[in-house]
Design a protein around this ligand. Structure first.
Ligand code: ZN
Length: 134
């Protein structure tokens, strides 16, 4: 998608686009929290909006309400390291996600949670025009 097309679409129906984008974020992890693996009920801004964090795929991860609330405005990786459910594979996944490498992030999450099965037909070229992993 050309960047101008994306901007046009956003102008046309920002709410619809936002909803689709949120859905696609949750799909990546099979609707599980990137931090603890419980059902993801929210989207967490890794760099909080209060600190200038943007609503881009790289900065937004699926999280359960408990993790999202507990993490609050802390640095995500620093906060995560202190949690009882800390898993270095998940920490690596979060880092890969922040780098925009969702494919690697998902592989690491699958490694951390063998029960998590990601559907093969996932569309990696998300609606978010900033995401270009292929
Ligand atoms: Zn969680």
């Amino acid at each position: 998608m050309h960047i101008n097309d994306a901007i046009f679409l956003e102008d046309l129906c920002p709410k619809f686009r936002f909803r689709q984008w949120r859905k696609s974020i949750h799909k990546f992890t099979g609707k599980s929290c990137i931090y603890c693996g419980k059902p993801s009920e929210s989207i967490d801004h890794v760099l909080p909006r209060s600190q200038g964090g943007l609503s881009t795929t790289e900065n937004c991860v699926p999280a359960c309400l408990s993790c999202n609330g507990d993490k609050s405005d802390n640095n995500a990786l620093y906060w995560y390291r202190k949690q009882k459910f800390y898993d270095p594979r998940r920490a690596m996944a979060i880092r890969a996600w922040l780098d925009g490498d969702l494919r690697l992030a998902i592989r690491l999450l699958q490694w951390a949670n063998p029960r998590f099965k990601n559907k093969k037909n996932i569309n990696y070229k998300v609606i978010d025009n900033k995401f270009h992993a292929a």
